[in-house]
Design a protein. Structure first.
Length: 273
């Protein structure tokens, strides 16, 4: 994620609150904020101007730690930062995106979650069907969804592929448990997990009562699962990588996982009705 000097200056104004669009942060508050993302500074006599400090820290994160820079952006646009203030978060996001879009990205807020979206490769949206649940497994699904997008934006393509598989695994495990009270414990075999869930949802390509075209699509979904399993083994950070993934590989894996997860959840809801 490479942002320009204009974008750095625009972000610094959001961080400090000097642009009139976000809450004001004093020098000591700025130090605590940037220390959360990898700095190790002390607020003391001789501290530079707040705007200069913010810009310098953002340049530092851009060069040394892109993940932390993404974390900082998500932090300052977190809706909770705007609670009990007179500032409009939507105006702040819109103003910053006027600069960020020229770098190929935009900030979006979906269900109060801040995401950094890549404009060069549109991502498939997947909203967890368990978003109101505090159950560990449901929280995990939400986290994996957010991490997929964040890691692509930060350039961590290995990590994005790992999270894509983890997202699909978690969704399939939860649906299998919901539909089969005697479901076996998941052993890490994604393909077997999908085939069991496929049977529970009547999505088997071998069915006699569906058209040949639909059979081809359902067979293709099985191939997608197999591909995700293999891609993750060869290109993710979960194993010694055989190939070095590029951005388009990560986007493919994440979008494939989200598309399949969307379809599985929609099918389950349809059949429940």
């Amino acid at each position: 994620m490479d942002i320009s000097e204009r974008t750095i200056r625009a972000l610094a104004k959001i961080v400090t609150g000097d642009g009139g669009l976000s809450p004001y942060r004093s020098g000591s508050v700025l130090v605590r904020l940037f220390n959360e993302y990898g700095r190790n500074d002390v607020y003391e006599q001789g501290f530079p101007s707040r705007w200069k400090y913010a810009e310098d820290c953002i340049r530092f994160l851009k060069k040394k730690n892109i993940k932390a820079l993404c974390g900082l952006i998500r932090h300052v646009f977190d809706p909770r930062e705007f609670l009990n203030t007179n500032f409009d978060i939507n105006k702040a996001v819109e103003s910053f995106n006027c600069y960020l879009k020229y770098d190929g990205y935009e900030v979006v807020i979906v269900n109060d979650v801040v995401k950094i979206r890549d404009l060069e490769g549109d991502g498939v949206e997947f909203s967890s069907p368990f978003h109101d649940s505090q159950k560990d497994a449901h929280t995990f699904i939400k986290e994996q969804t957010e991490k997929c997008d964040a890691k692509i934006a930060s350039g961590d393509y290995y990590g994005a592929i790992t999270n894509a598989r983890s997202l699909l695994e978690a969704v399939l495990v939860e649906i299998e448990k919901e539909l089969d009270l005697a479901a076996v414990e998941y052993d890490g075999d994604l393909i077997k997990l999908y085939r069991r869930t496929q049977k529970l949802l009547n999505l088997e390509p071998s069915r006699k009562d569906i058209s040949d075209t639909l059979k081809q699509i359902l067979s293709g979904l099985t191939s997608v699962v197999s591909g995700l399993a293999g891609l993750r083994n060869k290109m993710s950070d979960a194993h010694v990588a055989t190939y070095r993934p590029d951005k388009h590989h990560a986007v493919l894996a994440v979008n494939a996982a989200k598309t399949l997860a969307n379809f599985i959840v929609a099918t389950k809801e349809y059949q429940k009705k």
